[in-house]
Structure formats: C-alpha cells, structure tokens
Design a protein around this ligand. Structure first.
Ligand SMILES: NC(=O)c1ccc[n+]([C@@H]2O[C@H](COP(=O)([O-])OP(=O)(O)OC[C@H]3O[C@@H](n4cnc5c(N)ncnc54)[C@H](OP(=O)(O)O)[C@@H]3O)[C@@H](O)[C@H]2O)c1
Length: 283
C-alpha cells in the first residue's frame, strides 16, 4: 500500500508555528483544500487572530496553544488534538527559528533549546502522531528544514545541525512507514521574503530583500505539492535548488562564497550589531 492523499474534506491537519511568519500561509493553503486545520504555537492571542482571518476566508480552523520546548509538550498537544478532532492526518512541523547569535556567546542550554525546537520537538510530534496514522493506515508528516548547514549560514551552528538532522530523520521515516500508508516529506528552505524571521530581521534593520530570497507563499505551495504528489524532498529557493545543494555538498566552500557574494555575511553582521545595541540600550 502506498501513502494516501491526506488533503481535503474529512481530513485533519496540524500546523506548528502557525501564529506568525510562514506558518499562517501554510495553514491557509491547506485549509483551501478543504478539511480541518489545527493551528498551534505559544501565543494564544496571535493564534486566535490567525484563526479569525482564515475563518473569515471560509477556512475550517481551530487553535490549540502549546510551547514545544516544554517536557511532554508534543505528546500533550497530540493527545488534545486527537481528543478534539479524532486524529491527525497531516502534521506540518513548521515551528522553528534561530537566535542568530555567535555560538561561543551562548550557553549550552541556549543551544540545546534551539535543537529542542528545530529537531527534538518535530521528532517527538512525529512519534506521537504515528500510532494513530498507522491504525488508520493514512498520514503524512511534512518537516520544514533549511539550507543553513549547506551554505554555512553565519552563526547558525545548532540550528544548522537541527535542520540537517531533520532531513535524515525524514528520509528514514519515509522509507520505514511508506508501505504502511504513512509518508514523510522535507521542504528545505533558502532565505524567504514576505513573511518570517528573515524578513522580520531585514525590516528591523531597515534593509532590502535580495534576489536570492523566495516568496513565503512558495513554501505553502511546496507543502501542498509534497503531500499531493508524495514528494520526498523539495527545495524552496530561486534558481536550480537541488543542483545548488548537490554542488555545495561537492564543494563545501561554495556556500560561504555565495554568502559573501550575496551580501548575507554583511547583512547578518549588521543585524547582529543592531540586536546587541538593543539589548544594551537602557529601558
Ligand atoms: N524565514 C526564513 O527565511 C526561513 C528560512 C529557512 C527556514 N525557515 C524555517 O521555516 C519555519 C518557519 O519560520 P518563520 O520564518 O516563519 O519563523 P517565525 O516567523 O519566527 O515564526 C516561528 C513560529 O514558531 C513558533 N514557535 C517558536 N518557538 C516556539 C515554541 N517554543 N513552541 C511552539 N511554537 C514556537 C512561533 O510561535 P509563538 O512565538 O507563538 O510560539 C511562530 O509561529 C521554521 O522552521 C524556520 O526554521 C525559515
């Protein structure tokens, strides 16, 4: 048996990181296919605002707030969604982010928190939904990863480790459960414009987007494509993403050279200086 399409009426999707950034766009696109979408994140107020906006457009949505870095949080969240909605057919592990600080200036606890949010929580959520998916013999888990490790994006050591880790996790998960009706896909993002952490940081620093950034809507479209066409991996970035990724594996120095040429190094430096100035400023 191959994995089934879990989009559309009669299906329930859970989208993490749905309170702001790229997540609401993913939730909107899934809701457009029909079916019910559960939004999660820490901020109940932001989640409710997204819910109202999507519901006004005709979407069938609900909210279950959760902090995914808390102990047992993933299991408690899935219990709540299963109790209220009877099971999760599509899990989109989108919540994530990076403090963008120099590795040596962060404590190990701060680095572990980045790993928890970007790697451990998605693994725990996948584990928690799997029993129900296997019982129903249908399910799809979509993990949102990043090019950070491939391009050696500055000051993202723990984040890059987590995002590369989730790629390996997704490949093995897909292979192990595909024949039992449960599939997995990973969407690997380059820099994203229009919504999300990268855009927010550029806005705060009063900086412009670059031609190397892909629109946030294309992430939502990639999620739909990954589920509908049951794709193992999709890359969201301008240009030939898969080819560039392979090339960067072959020539590990290419990523840092691209960062310099695209101005990413200079932008990150400026953003970090602004962040430091803010934390030093008297309140
Ligand atoms: N934006 C980019 O350029 C880019 C590039 C590559 C990859 N990505 C990936 O794309 C995904 C979405 O990123 P984004 O740019 O949309 O980020 P964002 O705007 O910062 O949003 C992050 C989302 O994660 C949630 N979140 C953060 N900490 C959480 C926690 N402890 N527990 C539960 N939820 C938490 C936030 O909600 P609350 O604050 O309400 O908890 C928010 O909804 C992430 O996995 C990111 O790594 C983004």
């Amino acid at each position: 048996m191959s994995a089934s399409n879990v989009l559309g009426p009669g299906h329930t999707a859970l989208v993490t990181g749905a309170s702001r950034g790229i997540g609401p766009l993913i939730a909107r696109e899934i809701a457009r296919q029909g079916g019910h979408v559960v939004l999660t994140g820490r901020s109940a107020a932001d989640l409710k605002a997204v819910m109202s906006e999507l519901a006004a457009g005709g979407a069938d949505v609900s909210v279950v707030p959760a902090d995914l870095t808390g102990p047992g949080a993933a299991e408690a969240l899935i219990d709540a969604v299963e109790r209220e909605h009877g099971g999760v057919d599509l899990l989109v592990n989108n919540a994530g982010g990076d403090p963008l600080r120099e590795f040596h200036t962060m404590t190990i606890a701060e680095n572990l928190r980045t790993l928890q949010l970007n790697l451990i929580a998605p693994v725990a959520l996948a584990r928690a939904v799997l029993d129900g998916m296997l019982d129903r013999r249908r399910g799809h888990i979509v993990n949102i990863s990043a090019m950070a490790g491939r391009v050696s994006f500055p000051n993202t050591e723990a984040y890059a480790a987590a995002k590369d880790g989730i790629i390996g996790f997704t490949r093995v998960l897909r292979n192990d459960y595909h024949a039992r009706g449960v599939s997995a896909s990973v969407i690997i993002l380059g820099a994203i414009r229009g919504a999300g952490q990268g855009q927010r940081m550029l806005d705060e620093a009063n900086m412009k987007t670059s031609a190397f950034m892909a629109p946030a809507e294309s992430v939502a479209k990639a999620v739909i494509k990954a589920v509908r066409n049951d794709r193992a991996e999709l890359i969201v970035m301008p240009g030939p993403g898969r080819f560039l990724r392979a090339l960067m594996d072959y020539f590990p120095g290419l990523g840092p050279a691209m960062n310099r040429a695209a101005g990413a190094d200079a932008s990150v430096k400026k953003i970090m200086e602004l962040q430091q100035a803010k934390t030093r400023a008297p309140v």
